[in-house]
Design a protein around this ligand. Sequence first.
Ligand code: GRF
Length: 214
Amino acid sequence: MNYAILISGRGSNMCALLDAGLPGRAAVVISDRPGVAGLDLARERGVATAVIDRKSFAGREAFEAALALELDRHDVALVMLAGFMRILGDGFVARYAGRMLNIHPSLLPAFPGLDTHARALAAGVRIHGCTVHFVTPTLDAGPIVIQAAVPVLEGDDPDALAGRVLAREHVIYPLAARWFLEGRLELGPDGRVRCAGGIAGAGGPDALIAPWEA
Ligand code: GRF
């Protein structure tokens, strides 16, 4: 199964995916911004890269059409958003329904959108974390595949908390990708996530929460 990773920046989740020995083939890494660090990291790993620069398209539809053309050219079964900083339109999301995943740095449905770590600190939560979910038209609201929790510690600032969460992102995203590429993970017609054989190693046969130490 071919998969693609969409990035906009440094690409640490992309690296976690590419370095995980996933059963599929990394067909292409696409960035919506030229010159980002993640592109070099993908090339170093021998993965094909493409830049579909949002700034060179008049509108979102033309940009997304070019993105879809590139993805379909590589015949990808799975699209993974990894720090991809564009909101995707309904048509694009529908085209990849049930085969597009995203990683979000909060325990959704808490803190969708940006600045999640600062907002978690401001809210005074004791537990924070990250979520892998299927992408649906509403931002950061798609069916949840797996989550990892981390404690919020005394004296945390957004950077310290982000680092603790990011380490867990690098654990759960490759897990979710593996399940999908093994054909175990699917988004049912009822909008529920199913993982054949349960989510082993994630705290119990059917647990969707993985608060373990990596
Ligand atoms: C991660 O925190 C991810 O959850 C969020 O954007 C950040 C991207 O980081 N969507 P990286 O590019 O994967 O290092």
